[in-house]
Design a protein around this ligand. Sequence first.
Ligand code: FAD
Length: 383
Amino acid sequence: MANAASPTPVVIIGGGPNGLLLACLLAQRSIGVRVLEQRQNLAARPRAFGIHPAALDALDAAGVGTQVRAEALAIGGGEFSSEQRSGARRVLAVLRFDANSPRPLVLAQQRVEQLLAERLDALQPGALERGVTVVSVTPHAEVVQLVVRDAHGEHPATARFAVVCDGTRSALRDQLGVRWQRRSGAGQYAMADAPAEPRDEPWVRLHGARAGVVESFPLPDHRRRWVVGLGSHEPAPTEPELAALVRERLGESPELMEGTASTFTAQQHLAHPLARGRAVLLGDAAHEVSPIGGQGLSLGWAAARRLAPALERSLRDGEPRFAAYARSTRRAALRGHRRARLFMRVGRAASGARSRARDALVLVLGAPIFAPIARHLVVLHRA
Ligand SMILES: Cc1cc2nc3c(=O)[nH]c(=O)nc-3n(C[C@H](O)[C@H](O)[C@H](O)COP(=O)(O)OP(=O)(O)OC[C@H]3O[C@@H](n4cnc5c(N)ncnc54)[C@H](O)[C@@H]3O)c2cc1C
């Protein structure tokens, strides 16, 4: 364990996808890093599965892109349909992704985290320490002082710089006096997995029913993930209840697998400021973006790619150089919020004039002449 006489160059608090990817980028630059992760094992709860080209670029930069491509499923395209006044389903837009240009991939977040952890271990063995909770972080003029808790109790630790990467519910963000500003765009959703049909194509399907959206995504292990928009006070549905909602809205009956149902609340927040002296925020601790549209990993990893050189410069200069990182990360998060808000609006329960306006917009974007714009809107090439 590092002591006050030899501070670790960079301590990363949180070994989620953002902490791990940043650690790989730093280790590739021969910067000493400790990643402190409170969990002993990878989180089991299903989260991200969509990897946009912008996220894949970051995985390439960290040295795991080839492996991710080999295991992931490439999305062939997407279809948007809506419920008409008669109750019939009408396909409004079909978007194909060109096999020769970058397109979104699907791979479970847990698997990507595992690949990043293995890569980090190869670059800097022992850098990831599991079962270690950071209790406090205090930036001083020359170092950052931390208190960490492991199976043996609490200990002090010192770093030259600390990256707070402990997720949306970051306790350390509050401790640093960083505000967590709420931004518009919110919703409740439930999801569960079903076995895919034998000849299932790797297509995304979105259906705007009057009662709310139904989305269905292909997964690599021959499953489909069904996501259903809920009302704000609707209780969490069981798998049969969720299947009934899909049937009511779409007329299809997926066989949702027992034990796969979960709910999530989409919210949007931005931390301000993004750095306090020698402590800097990254990933969901810095910006929460609605999962609808699957931008979270792209935004966090693009920020990690900007933060790695900023940390290298800070170590060289002996003082924090995070202003440009904070500016560009804030701008990217605001762009992400706007985009997610649009996606959530398109899927929101709608009838009458609102539903007609939504359908008209989708019809326009679905026209062949506007396909490049539509592709640009739904596929994130830069974050
Ligand atoms: C339902 C859902 C679906 C999503 N789908 C997508 C998608 O398809 N595509 C996409 O790009 N994004 C998606 N996202 C967003 C994506 O999951 C997040 O952006 C991503 O997990 C953020 O990573 P992170 O490393 O910043 O935070 P986290 O993944 O939350 O990791 C933070 C880590 O910090 C650890 N920690 C917390 N406090 C401490 C402490 N005090 N000491 C030590 N360790 C600590 C935690 O145990 C955790 O491992 C989705 C999110 C949800 C909820």
